[in-house]
Design a binder for this molecule. Structure first.
Ligand code: NAP
Length: 515
């Protein structure tokens, strides 16, 4: 019987002992940089000549690790391995499967700062963000373990004299997990272990920018007792290996988190029934966002500025939930803008190994160029209030950027930038603010800062997003507290870390027995 679980606490870095422990972990990981990591297929290590090199985005010349790169032949082997392992894993007692997750959580908890230190180096996460990423990974393991035990009971349906009916869940088969770099540990862990605990087997293709932390996690699962072949680790090019895995007739379930363009393409491909395939693929895709913080006339304006700041610039705006738009009632627009600009000017940007830096780098050169080109567009579309500058000489650093007075249809009000840029737009009244908030193709998160009860109720009905928050920032969902997933082109609204999530990885079976 598992004990009730709340969530993994965040580390208090004002405590000197915690600071020291984290610094030690950074030092430890620094010594490990540059190592090689093989693929893992059916428990066997496979080394290829072709490598993916993972570089520290804060120090461009620092190699985090060199990872073997799968090609289509190896992807095929991984699918076959997962298919074979499925024949036994599907019958393993769900409690035993859940226990492996809890053991993995315990291992990560013991090595918590070490995992966070990998995220600092590989993903450029500041301490606090890395710590939250690791905590979320632990939460996914603990939460899904308990959810599985609950789900295993099945659901009540009716029986009648002479006829006993049961309704329960059964696993689906080979799952392809394709994960992003921005929650390189948490999302990768969540989307890999949800299929595993429900009795499926997994071929894991992590993002090419953060494959090392994924390799570390697969080792943890092995240490926790996961049988070979249940997870197969195959980093590789999204286009080459990703497509092959998605198209494969033995793939039953695909769980993808990433950009809209890739997600939509994958959704279409998965719909095609290939030769030898005798089932329809189940697809979970969680994609981008263009999330808005709405500020009402009678809001706490300091809270509004703080909420916009945290939503826009936490992890340099590289969250699907990042508040990249602030829509403000015209009567308080100037004041909120001024307060937010003042706060943004105090933010520090630099190497995230230094705890004093609020923001680290963006993930790579491609992201840097893309964000800087959006800033150029934004400068023409609106008024640059602060930031606007980038420096890619040693790492990919961009200043927190605020652009004001934007038309709701402006490019930077509509497209996902995925960087430290927030666009301000003025609303005539609360109805208008909600209309602007809903005017993108996305529908992931949103926040409303207000003291008006009627407006709170109105926003609950009309603000069309999967995760809506009041009087706080629109980022930072916690497993079990804020099940996460978006509407519209933000995805299939799978609600990761919520009570319905695991059932998406299974098929319901009705069994009717006559006596
Ligand atoms: P991405 O470029 O779409 O990549 C995501 C994953 O897809 C990576 O593993 C990538 O591999 C792989 N991939 C690329 N092309 C592929 C293809 N043709 N077939 C199969 N797989 C392919 O996204 P990202 O830049 O890593 O992540 C940022 C995006 O994720 C943002 O849009 C963000 O909003 C979204 N996101 C959404 C959520 C959510 O819960 N809604 C959470 C986090 C992030 P390579 O790395 O090898 O290219």
């Amino acid at each position: 019987m598992l004990q009730p679980y709340k969530h993994e606490p965040f580390t208090d870095f004002t405590v000197e002992a915690n600071r020291k422990a984290f610094e030690e972990a950074l030092g430890l990981v620094e010594k490990e940089l540059g190592k090689e990591y093989p693929l893992i297929i059916n428990g066997e290590r496979v080394t290829t000549e072709d490598k993916i090199q993972s570089w520290n985005p804060a120090r461009k010349d620092q190699l985090v690790g060199s990872v073997s790169k799968a090609n289509q032949d190896l992807a095929e082997k991984a699918i076959q391995s997962a298919d074979e392992a499925f024949q036994t894993w599907r019958n393993v007692n769900p409690e035993e499967r859940a226990n492996i997750l809890v053991k993995a959580a315990a291992i990560i908890r013991r090595r918590k700062h070490e995992f966070s230190a990998w995220l600092v180096h590989e993903a450029g996460k500041p301490w606090k963000e890395a710590d939250a990423d690791t905590a979320e990974a632990i939460d996914f393991l603990e939460y899904y373990a308990r959810q599985m035990i609950e789900l295993n009971r099945g659901k009540e349906i009716l029986s009648r004299p002479g006829e006993q009916n049961r309704y329960f869940y059964t696993p689906m088969g080979v799952t392809v997990t394709i994960s992003p770099w921005n929650f390189a540990l948490a999302i990768m862990v969540g989307t890999a272990v949800a299929p595993i605990v429900t009795g499926n087997t997994v071929v894991l293709k992590p993002a090419s920018t953060t494959p090392v932390v994924a390799a570390k996690f697969v080792e943890v699962l092995e240490d926790a007792g996961l049988p070979k072949g249940v997870i197969n680790y195959v980093p590789g090019s999204g286009a080459e290996v990703g497509d092959y895995l998605v198209d494969h007739p033995k793939t039953s379930l695909i769980t993808f988190t990433g950009s809209k363009d890739v997600g939509v393409r994958l959704y279409e491909r998965a719909a095609v029934v290939r030769p030898g395939q005798n089932h329809l693929k189940r697809v979970i895709v969680e994609m981008g966002g263009k999330d808005t913080v709405v500020v009402d006339r009678d809001a706490d304006l300091d809270l509004a500025a703080e909420s916009i700041l945290v939503s826009a610039f936490g992890f340099s705006g590289q969250k699907c939930s990042a508040g990249s738009r602030a829509v403000i009632h015209k009567d308080v627009y100037d004041e909120v803008l001024e307060k937010t600009v003042a706060l943004a000017k105090n933010l520090t940007v630099g190497d995230p190994t230094n705890r004093d830096n609020y923001m680290g780098p963006v993930i790579d050169e491609k992201a840097f160029e893309k964000i800087m080109s959006y800033i150029e567009i934004g400068k023409k579309e609106g008024r640059l209030m602060t930031g606007g500058e980038g420096d890619s000489s040693t790492g990919f650093f961009i200043q927190p950027t605020i652009i004001a007075d934007l038309d709701p249809e402006a490019v930077i009000m509509q497209e996902e930038i995925f960087g430290p840029v927030v666009a301000f737009s003025k609303a005539n009244d609360f109805d208008h603010a909600l209309e602007i908030a809903n005017n993108t193709e996305y529908g992931l998160t949103g926040a409303v800062i207000t003291r008006n009860r009627a407006h709170t109720e109105q926003a609950k009905r009309e603000f069309h997003v999967g995760n809506l928050y009041f009087n706080r920032n629109c980022t930072g969902a916690i497993v079990g507290y804020h099940p996460f997933g978006g509407f519209k082109m933000s995805g299939t609204d799978s609600k990761a870390g919520g009570p319905d999530y695991l059932a998406l990885h299974m098929q319901a079976k009705t069994v009717s027995e006559m006596y």
